[in-house]
Design a protein around this ligand. Structure first.
Ligand code: URA
Length: 234
């Protein structure tokens, strides 16, 4: 791969920015300064350094983020500049093209996968795949058993179709776990609103085979393990 492309794909700047960096004699390959932007780098074999720091090359990256409240599920280019977006929280990313797999509301916490693997995201979000998503929910009052039954059977939330059947496991009278297989706009909040209850806290704890790592505080993240990536892909 050309050196300028290698650096651009590693998030070091646009193609023209990295050409200037290379011309400025700031880049070395295997300890020799290289000033030709077309120099052919062997990814994974050559050691590329920018200002004495190794430039890792990754084509795809996968992170598990415990999204905190107050942060929006968007990428830099789409956000209102005054808002922090989820990809801003991943400070040691290599790639500049990461995005969240699906969205959580600004006031929702919990599991969000951040990647640049478009195929994986597409498969996980496809309505046909029905990927299970489990949320911890707190309500502003007791949920009656009959209302839980109505929600579990599939409920009208004002869309063309009612929601698909889902599971609810009560924890206390007003906190519960709910597992849904769709990803409609504000879906969980609207399901409880349909029976006259408001959601006061919402946290996603699993998505498909992936469960939120309990060691991650809100705002914390880590790379997915090879095993987790394989599980998601299969
Ligand atoms: N359902 C909601 O209402 N909000 C979310 O953020 C996720 C699911």
């Amino acid at each position: 791969m050309r050196l300028d492309r290698y650096l651009a794909e590693a998030g070091k700047g646009t193609r023209s920015e990295v050409k200037k960096i290379i011309a400025g004699r700031r880049v070395s390959v295997n300890s020799t300064i290289v000033t030709d932007p077309g120099y052919k780098v062997k990814e994974g074999a050559d050691l590329v350094m920018l200002d004495e720091t190794a430039v890792r090359f990754e084509t795809v990256e996968y992170f598990m983020l415990n999204k905190p409240q107050g942060v929006i599920s968007a990428t830099k280019d789409l956000r209102d500049k005054s808002q922090t977006c989820v990809t801003d929280l991943i400070t040691d990313k290599v790639r500049g093209d990461l995005f969240p797999v699906g969205r959580l509301d600004k006031d929702t916490e919990g599991l969000l996968i951040i990647t640049n693997d478009g195929d994986l995201a597409h498969r996980m979000l496809s309505p046909k795949k029905h990927v299970d998503k489990t949320y911890y929910v707190e309500l502003d009052g007791r949920l009656e058993e009959a209302d839980a039954e109505r929600i579990m059977a599939g409920i009208d939330i004002g869309d063309a179709k009612p929601t698909l059947p889902c599971e609810i496991n009560m924890l206390t009278g007003q906190s519960l776990l709910i597992t849904i297989r769709e990803g409609r706009y504000h879906q969980v909040k609207r399901m409880f609103q349909a029976v006259g209850r408001n959601v006061t806290a919402l946290r996603r704890i699993s998505m498909g085979p992936l469960t939120l790592d309990p060691d991650l505080e809100p705002g914390g993240y880590r790379r997915l393990t090879e095993q987790e990536i394989e599980m998601l892909k299969s």
